[in-house]
Design a protein around this ligand. Structure first.
Ligand code: AMP
Ligand code: MG
Length: 321
């Protein structure tokens, strides 16, 4: 009989989110190193307080380029590329709009239409000028602001995975507030997947629609229920449509992406949000490494394909398509 595995869980609050690390060894030193690594990247990438590398770029908008650390540069380059995809709903320069909606922060309100259109004019990803030689970033117009909130956790989850690999740890799980990256399976016995819950929108924290099972994959969810406020009977959530300046409004409550790298999951949830179920599934038909689970407002769970994971529906008020 194989010995029973013991999973050791370590938690912290970083980047405004609960962080959970699971290991198959009791190793507080390693957990501490992981949390320190996350803190290191948070300090580079945050736009919620100064100083950070990204804040330095934002403060220099319209003035001069800022040389940044090579990792930050590569992340910004990747975020710009995602923003320039045809019809992309992802926009790394969405900062001025995020700041005026303040969704998830104190004082959120529906901004006047004039303010939204004025801020929209400051969000062109083409105006994020990159210099590969200098590793510098220049926001060409004063008032522009980068916001890497839609990509940072995915990027960091991958760095945690790489760090654990460098420490010869090939099994574990890191959950950065809904961005999950798994290493190997959930047991030293091979073939045991990790279970990741698919949350039921606008329900209690432990209420699930179903369970996603993966091994060595990332599972990232973006949902309208994560951060929102209500005004005059209407809900406004935190995923903004860079074409209108208002929260993306379609048939979706959430999108989950299963992929190898969490950075892809973090980007593709936003891209899929913008496309919706039909166009999203058509797009992913040509992308074998990226699979989506859409949860619609009319309680359908739509799987784009199912090569990388298994899904078990638990809530019979939802229909699996
Ligand atoms: P996520 O939880 O990965 O969906 O990221 C949401 C966060 O990304 C928001 O809280 C904003 O900071 C930022 N954001 C909102 N809308 C967009 C967008 N269309 N493109 C890129 N980032 C966005
Ligand atoms: Mg994201």
């Amino acid at each position: 009989m194989p010995q029973e595995d013991h999973v050791y869980s370590y938690s912290a609050v970083l980047m405004g989110s609960p962080i959970l690390l699971k290991l198959f060894q009791h190793n507080e030193h390693l957990a501490h190193q992981v949390f320190r690594l996350i803190k290191h990247y948070e300090n580079l990438l945050t736009v919620n307080r100064s100083p950070s590398e990204v804040m330095n770029i934002n403060h220099a908008a319209g003035l001069h380029p800022v040389v940044v650390n090579p990792a930050v540069y590569q992340l910004i380059k990747c975020a710009k590329a995602a923003s320039l995809l045809p019809n992309s709903a992802f926009n790394l320069a969405i900062g001025p709009l995020v700041k005026c909606w303040k969704i998830g922060f104190q004082g959120s309100s529906v901004p006047p239409a004039g303010e939204i259109s004025a801020r929209l004019a400051l969000t062109s990803p083409h105006q994020v000028i990159l210099d590969d030689e200098q590793h510098s970033v220049f926001l060409a117009q004063a008032g522009m602001e980068l916001d890497l909130g839609a990509i940072a956790k995915g990027y960091i989850a991958d760095r945690v995975r790489d760090f654990l690999h460098s420490q010869q740890v090939f099994q574990g799980l890191i959950n950065l507030g809904g961005n999950v990256q798994t290493l190997g399976g959930a047991s030293q016995v091979s073939g045991t997947p990790w279970s990741v819950g698919l949350k039921k929108p606008f329900a209690g924290p432990d209420e699930l629609i179903g369970v996603i099972e993966v091994e060595g994959k990332s599972v990232v969810t973006s949902g309208t229920y994560e951060r929102w406020f209500e005004f005059a009977g209407k809900r406004y959530h935190h995923i903004l449509d860079p074409r209108t300046g208002y929260p993306l409004d379609n048939e979706l409550h959430s999108v989950t992406i299963v992929s190898q790298d969490s950075i892809d999951g973090d980007i593709w949830t936003t891209l899929m949000y913008g496309m919706g179920v039909e166009q999203g599934c058509a797009c992913l038909a040509n992308k074998p490494g990226i699979e989506a689970i859409f949860v619609t407002k009319d309680r359908r769970v739509v799987l784009s394909s199912q090569q990388l994971f298994t899904f078990t529906l638990q809530d019979s008020s939802y229909q699996l398509v």
